[in-house]
Design a protein around this ligand. Structure first.
Ligand SMILES: [Zn+2]
Ligand SMILES: [Zn+2]
Length: 277
């Protein structure tokens, strides 16, 4: 799934395609543009010189070493930005540095957790390093039917679904690998179920009934993340709407998309204010 102008696996010019458009630090691995809700991370080169490297684990988690060349790594600046990107409502993009060739877009990710590990610093001294566990952001879209069946059998009312979704959204899992992925699945599924129940078969944007029913006999609506530039991944029910495919396309690609998104945010706010009572 592309993010803005970036398509996965395509190679871009870091200065011209990334910084000229989004700003942010032109040096270093973690770029935090002040004018755009996005954190841009570059993997490659620097860690490898010091004897450790970012990379995929066998469980499909991308292990990314934080910043800090000397001494223990701490949660400041870029490291804090990665840890808190979901709470801050910022998208997390990962590019792989390819030397003169440019930077390859690996995709949009979510920070599912982190671990502290011993790794050499620039001078070869052992220190505590932050290793972020990044999971592709569309992981929440891939919730398997079987994983949902168990939950769907439980009869829970709207308030119960809402409580669960809010609880799930607060979680920042401090767990690794498969457990991190599973916890993202669960969080995303809880939010999705509540938002669809809240909509009750009516598009939250145009207030028309869903255009068709699914194979399971449910009205078809799509979750849309109002605070993000793209969809996918875990979320917070207060920032997710259930919309019909037509509204969804318009919000993302239409001339009046930003205004439609703003109106949807207001509509969700009103519903959530009533639900809180
Ligand atoms: Zn609609
Ligand atoms: Zn959307």
């Amino acid at each position: 799934m592309p993010w803005g102008p970036f398509y996965e696996q395509r190679v871009y010019n870091r200065r011209r395609d990334v910084h000229a458009v989004y700003g942010g630090q032109q040096q270093g691995g973690i770029c935090t543009p002040s004018q755009h809700p996005v954190i841009i991370v570059f993997t490659g080169s620097s860690g490898e010189q010091h004897g450790y490297a970012d990379g995929w684990s066998s469980e499909g988690v991308f292990r990314y070493f934080g910043e800090g060349q000397l001494g223990d790594m701490v949660f400041e600046r870029g490291n804090r930005a990665i840890r808190d990107h979901l709470v801050d409502g910022k998208d997390l993009l990962v590019f792989q540095t390819r030397g003169r060739e440019g930077v390859r877009f690996l995709g949009q990710f979510e920070c599912a957790g982190y671990s502290l590990e011993t790794a050499p610093d620039r001078n070869g001294a052992q220190r505590s390093a932050i290793v972020f566990e990044l999971v592709p952001a569309n992981v929440g879209e891939q919730v398997k039917e079987e994983q949902l069946v168990e939950e769907l059998e439980l009869d829970v009312d709207l308030a119960g679904l809402r409580a669960r979704a809010l609880e799930a959204a607060q979680l920042t899992p401090q767990v690794a690998g498969t457990a991190a992925r599973r916890s993202l699945y669960r969080r995303s599924a809880a939010v999705r179920r509540y938002v669809l129940a809240r909509a009750a078969g009516i598009c939250e944007s145009c207030n028309e009934p869903a255009p068709f029913v699914t194979l399971q006999g449910k009205p078809y609506l799509e979750p849309h993340h109002t605070r993000r530039l793209s969809d996918g991944g875990p979320d917070d029910p207060r920032f997710v709407g259930a919309v019909c495919p037509s509204c969804h396309r318009e919000i993302h690609h239409g001339l009046h998309g930003p205004a439609r998104n703003e109106a949807l945010i207001q509509a969700i706010n009103q519903k959530e204010a009533l639900a809180r009572r």
